[in-house]
Design a protein around this ligand. Sequence first.
Ligand code: FE2
Length: 292
Amino acid sequence: MRKAKLLLTVIILLAALVSYAQNTKSPLKKDSVAFAVIGDNGTGGSAQYEIAQRLTAARLKFPFDFVLMMGDNLYGGDNPRDFEKKFEKPYKTLLDLGVKFYAALGNHDDPGRQIVYEKFNMGGKKYYSFKPKDGVRFFALDSNYMDKKQLEWLEGELKASASEWKIAFFHHPIYSSGEKHGSNVELRNVLEPVMVKYGVDVVFTGHEHFYERMKPQKGINYFIVGSSGKLRKGNIGRSALTAKGFDQDNSFMVAEIAGEEMFFQVISRKGQIVDSGTVRRAERSRKVSTAK
Ligand SMILES: [Fe+2]
């Protein structure tokens, strides 16, 4: 009887593994940039840990090098034990494998403690940029305080960057169909003109506790991934902005940039693929970068 049960368990596990392997695309392209996106994850609760397990499993098939964090990295405190319970423990296997995490600050985060925390790779700054490979640059912004100084920094960085792909990430979405928060229009008014002018291709945000992909806005592809720990079930309202939304369970994203295309796939807590596709780099950014 016990043997039969064990055999059944093994069969179920194998079937799950096979179906997962069939459904998850590997980064296959040479010289691609593979990464994952999580947001609003730092609860220390079971949903965060389950998503962390899925993320770890996804890496076997999709060997991403780093993870972008959309903010609200630690809810309810920024003491050493919070870093341990809400970050180091759930992502231990990934950290041990050398996967890097790059954090943006959310409204629940203590900037003083997080920007100097080595494993968030913020280099002591509330906003920063990094280039994982030639041709791709990421810009982490602090959307809690989008002041003149930060905007000027962003403009300078974008202007100086010859990278073909320019990807910004920050906490508060400037386009959102969320019934709780919705689009942050004030932030959009100051940030969007700069991003459009200098050819930002993709923007990742969080804050809304669901997944949403917008129809491109002024040539920029927007994604909200604020569901990797928290979940606000059923909160995506009817809106002309939505290309695809998922607010029924927690989720995260894996993505790969190769040449002119970025492939993305969004995976739920139960391992379902809830969205996937490819976006092309904006023509506009190509013009900007080749002008340099
Ligand atoms: Fe938030």
